[in-house]
Design a binder for this molecule. Structure first.
Ligand code: DAH
Length: 343
């Protein structure tokens, strides 16, 4: 029996030696090591043997098994290495082929405007404040003097998530967050750029757009401060020659409220298609912070006053760059985005 085992062993080693392809390995493994193999069938003989013989016989079978298994592993490594070498030799890399070109991205016109406006106001000593895009009714409306049922809510058709939470329809709630965080102690001088959401969709309105809110709270703040601030902003943004005018308007959170126009930068005020013949372009809403808002947000109205303003980011970009459709901002077309970069 021992001789028979040795015969199987040497036959196996020969077979392994003559393998030329990886695919044959499994076949040989089955022939010599599977449960149904000749070698394994000898296991059943063990029960006819006495104790000592049985141990020796078991050890012999195991050592043959192990050797075959090791040799198969070695052969596998050799064949794999050979296969890799063959692949490397056949795949020649042509270094003269042109490489892939990676086109560099560019700053989005939305961000260009946000950064430009931010720089102008940082230069005037303002800080940047940010607020959440999911707001409560309280912050988005109530603290801004727009109680439930107030008709001014109709102007901002909003995305409510549930009874009390909505996607903010304006950046004005950041005013309330900042004021409350100050516990009635000024000064405050912030701008707050960010995204807002309304149920709107046409060439000049998108369901998502950007606003930049401004808020100044201090002692002895008046309309003159607001006007001169906005004049400086208009000149920095649209050119030295810009003039600013205020028309009276209505916002619930400011009193008095104004709409602010700048003299048309296209025609210089003579009248053209951009300004629809009026010589003026509407640019933002503003006003003196309403005493109700100051009170609700913890400020003593006998001591403090303030002004606020809100400007649409895309609107500024559309005017400045002559973009005719707000939806282009969100179409992700690199050719569009690239046009506005100075670098
Ligand atoms: N939140 C207003 C809007 O979305 C814009 C606005 C107007 C903001 C006047 C202000 C302001 O801070 O004083 O229509």
């Amino acid at each position: 029996m021992k001789e028979k085992l040795q015969e199987i062993h040497s036959k196996a080693l020969n077979d392994i030696e003559s393998i030329n392809h990886l695919e044959e390995l499994q076949n040989i493994r089955n022939i010599y090591l599977s449960k149904k193999s000749e070698l394994m069938s000898y296991m059943s003989h063990m029960r006819n043997l006495s104790g000592e013989e049985r141990v020796a016989f078991g050890q012999l079978i195991n050592s043959i098994k192990e050797d075959i298994s090791n040799k198969l592993e070695e052969k596998k490594k050799i064949l794999e290495e050979a296969k890799l070498q063959e692949k490397l030799n056949s795949e020649i890399i042509d270094f003269t082929l042109p490489g892939k070109s990676y086109s560099r991205g560019s700053k989005h016109p939305f961000n260009i405007i946000v950064d430009e406006v931010s720089q102008i106001f940082i230069g005037m000593g303002y800080q940047i404040a940010e607020g959440p895009e999911v707001e409560t009714d309280e912050f988005n409306f109530e603290l801004l003097n727009v109680p439930k049922g107030h008709p001014a809510r109709d102007m901002q058709d909003s995305f409510f998530i549930d009874e009390t939470n909505l996607m903010r329809s304006q950046t004005s709630p950041v005013q309330a967050h900042v004021m409350l965080s100050k516990h009635g102690v000024g000064p405050i001088k912030i701008i707050s750029p960010g995204k807002v959401y309304r149920r709107d969709d046409d060439a000049t309105h998108s369901h998502q757009f950007g606003q930049i809110e401004g808020l100044v709270i201090d002692k002895n703040i008046n309309m003159g401060n607001l006007l001169s601030t906005l004049e400086l902003f208009a000149k920095s943004m649209f050119g030295e020659k810009r003039e600013v005018r205020m028309r009276s308007s209505y916002f619930p959170f400011t009193e008095p409220s104004v709409e602010v126009d700048i003299s048309c930068f296209e025609c210089g005020g003579k009248g053209c298609s951009l300004c629809k013949g009026t010589g003026w372009i509407e640019i933002l809403g503003a006003g003196m912070v309403h005493p109700n808002v100051l009170k609700m947000c913890g400020f003593d109205v006998n001591e403090y006053q303030g002004f606020a303003f809100g400007v649409g980011v895309e609107r500024v970009a559309m005017l400045k760059y002559g973009i005719d459709d707000i939806r282009k901002f969100y179409a992700n077309d690199k050719r569009f985005n690239k046009q506005f970069n100075k670098e």
